[in-house]
Design a protein around this ligand. Structure first.
Ligand SMILES: Nc1ncnc2c1ncn2[C@@H]1O[C@H](COP(=O)(O)OP(=O)(O)OP(=O)(O)O)[C@@H](O)[C@H]1O
Ligand SMILES: [Mg+2]
Length: 181
């Protein structure tokens, strides 16, 4: 995939489909360690051991509309191609954590892409689910939480166009600050 944010969208959609009530996305970028890592943690239905083993096989899916599931195998492939790591931890009834890392300066590493639009799209697809996004760049960090935004705006529904656009701009500004732009 051209952008890591597209992978992120895909993996977060898995968590939403797994009926999670909380999904946490953490992106860590560290220049000294030359690492970019992505963690997506949910408290959804989880998977049994057999499913976890099969899940990075592109011919495995519990979808009924299509025979192959590509989200996880593609992310694994991208990470390993960049001298990175890939790991899934999951427990039935407890939840799932997908973790992957990339060599940050690897020539094959896709750019993060449009994180602000991705978060906006994620917020728009949440159903009875809270979402926390943490972005850490070297020593600076930033956190976005749907629970906190709801409190600040005193509004339970974040899916109106005005609010979604506000969220997108807010994340764009915060990301610029993280990168000192
Ligand atoms: N967070 C999760 N919680 C529970 N099950 C999951 C989770 N992520 C993946 N799975 C299981 O692993 C399977 C494979 O996931 P994957 O994203 O690779 O493909 P898919 O979601 O089936 O299809 P696609 O992502 O291509 O639309 C899913 O069908 C689902 O059964
Ligand atoms: Mg999927």
């Amino acid at each position: 995939m051209k952008e890591l944010s597209l992978h992120i969208l895909d993996i977060v959609q898995n968590s939403i489909k797994a009926n999670a009530s909380l999904v946490e996305l953490t992106i860590v970028e560290n220049s000294a360690e030359n690492i970019l890592s992505i963690e997506i943690k949910d408290n959804g239905c989880g998977m049994d051991e057999e499913t976890v083993k099969n899940v990075v096989n592109p011919f495995f899916t519990t979808r009924t509309t299509r025979k192959v599931g590509l989200g996880l195998p593609l992310l694994q492939e991208s990470a390993l191609r960049c001298n990175g790591t890939f790991n899934i931890k999951s427990e039935k009834g407890v939840g799932t954590t997908v973790y992957c890392s990339f060599e940050r300066n690897n020539i094959d590493r896709a750019p993060l892409g449009d994180i602000a639009s991705t978060i906006m799209t994620i917020v728009n697809s949440l159903e009875n689910c809270e979402f926390i996004f943490k972005h850490i760049v070297n020593k600076k960090d930033y956190e976005f939480s749907t629970t906190k935004i709801k409190e600040i705006l005193d509004e339970d529904n974040l899916k109106s166009t005005d609010i979604l656009l506000w969220i997108k701009e807010y994340i764009e500004e915060s990301t610029k600050e993280l990168y000192n732009i």
